[in-house]
Write a protein that binds this ligand. Structure first.
Ligand code: PDD
Length: 280
């Protein structure tokens, strides 16, 4: 693979960042994941707006102009011949030259790293056809989950708990209410109404979430942005998740109990179809 680091395109084995990088020592960095379908970037503007917001909330410098970031994304797609897959972009507060809790002085250059992940068959995923199974775990993440930071240890632990339970993923619960999935937003459908947690500091403001809810409203579906309990989810007709890489993926089982019929339902299937059709 050809990857990008601080202005250079390099073979992945030659790309390097400092051991003092704040991303490495402090998880002081933010990231975005943009999907590529048919060689095209999906929802690029939305992801860049969220990046700006993450950087702003952490008082971190912009790594590059929007046009330059777009150019780097396009260049990596070309150099790595990506048809279907993802582009990962990470910005950290850079290398202060030593370990220090305080932010380094203004003018310290942020570290910018991008790489591609080729994923042929991303759209036709088996998981989307059979539906995902999830377990619930307590949400033990920090209180600013709206900032897309690289502090992903707890989501990793939750994914490991899901694997240990023999299922696909985990949904997280706080104060008796579902927050979101480990790397996706969570939804239920009851009597035709789509229910998903409202935006706050408690969840990541999914770009796919925004797009899917817009399409749902345009298709005259009812959307309720409010928190829901595990009991409600188990009593729902359908459930699903959204993310850049999962698009709309049905959830058919939670904590070993079937959601609805236990098979992917019609509303999630319709939303997935609309999302993919409109994105291509
Ligand atoms: N995850 N919630 C969390 C906690 C996430 O990490 C993500 C994205 C989402 C969905 O956001 P979007 O629709 O913008 O992809 C929700 C990415 C894909 C990841 O970490 O790989």
């Amino acid at each position: 693979r050809t990857v990008y680091v601080n202005g250079d395109y390099l073979p992945e084995t030659e790309a390097k960042v400092s051991i003092f990088d704040r991303g490495f020592l402090m998880a002081d960095g933010v990231y975005e994941v943009v999907t590529v379908l048919s060689g095209k970037l999906i929802d690029f503007e939305g992801h860049m707006l969220r990046l700006d917001r993450s950087l702003g909330e952490l008082e971190m410098a912009q790594p590059d102009a929007r046009e330059d970031l777009l150019e780097i994304h396009r260049e990596l797609i070309t150099r790595n011949a990506i048809d279907e897959g993802l582009i990962y972009m990470q910005v950290t507060r850079g290398n202060p030259g030593d370990r220090d809790f305080h932010y380094p002085p203004e003018g310290t250059k942020p570290t910018l790293v991008l790489f591609t992940q080729s994923m042929p068959g991303l759209i036709d995923s088996a998981k989307a056809k059979r539906g995902a199974r999830v377990v619930t775990v307590p949400d033990l993440r920090w209180g600013r989950r709206d900032i897309k930071t690289v502090q992903l240890l707890y989501p990793s632990m939750a994914k490991m708990a899901a694997s240990a339970a023999g299922v696909d993923d985990a949904w997280m619960i706080e104060d008796g209410l579902i927050t979101e999935g480990t790397s996706n937003n969570a939804y239920i459908i009851k009597d035709g109404r789509i229910v998903t947690r409202a935006l706050s500091h408690d969840i990541l403001h999914g770009i796919t979430r925004a797009t899917v809810l817009r399409f749902a409203r345009e298709a005259q579906m009812e959307v309720e942005e409010r928190s829901f309990t595990l009991e409600e989810a188990l009593d729902a007709d359908e459930a699903f998740i959204t993310s850049a890489s999962a698009f709309v993926t049905p959830v058919v089982e939670i904590d070993g109990e079937k959601v609805g019929s236990g098979a992917p339902g019609p509303v999630a299937a319709r939303l997935r179809e609309i999302y993919i059709d409109e994105s291509l």
